[in-house]
Design a protein around this ligand. Structure first.
Ligand code: ADP
Ligand code: MG
Length: 264
């Protein structure tokens, strides 16, 4: 087993809500899990179960109300941490649910934007961006603006924009939810290819059971609110995986059924 990359220890997040009469309502409570370096983890839970809240905590946009987050052996976030450090010095990449491309920048300028903001955009960075764009079939579209690209192309661009500055951990929030089935399948395959080539640690949030199993080394199943990890399942389907033939894989149906019973 590889070294531990990320550990979540008795994590909690509560919000003060109007409908609960200003009382604290726990969205995440007593959540613990760890992720090994290079592992592909999917997190599955129904809508409203606290998936985005979890990713906001991990990406350091938001701070926990209880518990700790450890990254590469270092405690990076606790309830007493005073200020959030989004992205933690570019160690953590976050592909949000919406692509958030800048409409006034072309494709190449969009995917190199993080490097520019970080003051380290050079010829090597541009070359790497071009190479990554080509790897997902976007060669020749560098000068196109977001409105000239399809939803699938924009989604690819938002993933490349995160890969280009090379964070060891990538968080993804239901990135393929809004796409049609064919495009989604293509992007899932692209993502697996990129992951195989770069060996990033990925935490991928979804509410789709087939997607959760198809991509992952390990599936974490969230409980009902307040959310914690209800179960985890190791996926030992062979790689590389043909995602369009998953259903025929021995073991797939049984695993799908076990997770479905939990998510229901
Ligand atoms: P998911 O991503 O699984 O759909 P979320 O993490 O977005 O779920 O939300 C989980 C719950 O936390 C929801 O009930 C939501 O209303 C609540 N929540 C999230 N952020 C806040 C906030 N800033 N203030 C109050 N409640 C919040
Ligand atoms: Mg969400």
């Amino acid at each position: 087993m590889n070294a531990e990359m990320l550990r979540v220890d008795h994590l909690g997040r509560s919000f003060r809500t109007r409908d609960s009469g200003d009382a604290e309502r726990w969205v995440i409570q007593d959540m613990s899990f760890s992720v090994a370096d290079g592992e592909f983890i999917t997190v599955i839970g129904p809508s409203g179960s606290g998936k985005s809240t979890l990713l906001n905590l991990l990406s350091q946009i938001d701070l926990p109300s209880a518990g700790e987050i450890w990254l590469e052996g270092r405690c990076v976030s606790t309830a007493s941490t005073a200020v959030a450090k989004p992205g933690l010095d570019c160690r953590i990449g976050y592909v949000t649910q919406d692509d958030n491309l800048l409409p006034w920048r072309n494709l190449l300028d969009n995917v190199t934007f993080p490097l520019k903001v970080q003051g380290r955009l050079d010829a090597a960075g541009i070359a790497r961006a071009r190479e990554l764009l080509a790897a997902v079939g976007l060669e020749g579209f560098e000068k196109y603006y977001p409105h000239e690209l399809s939803g699938g192309m924009r989604k690819r661009a938002s993933i490349i924009r995160t890969l280009v500055y090379d964070p060891p951990i990538i968080l993804m929030d239901e990135p393929f939810g809004a796409l049609d089935a064919q495009t989604r399948l293509q992007l899932q395959n692209d993502l697996l290819k990129l992951w195989t080539a770069k060996r990033k640690t990925i935490l991928f949030v979804t509410h789709d059971i087939v997607e959760a199993i198809g991509l992952a080394d390990r599936v974490l199943v969230l409980s009902r609110a307040p959310t914690h990890i209800a179960a985890e399942h190791v996926v030992d389907l062979p790689r590389p995986r043909a995602l369009d033939e998953l259903l025929a894989q021995p073991g797939f149906a049984a695993l799908h059924e076990r997770i479905r019973a939990l998510v229901r």
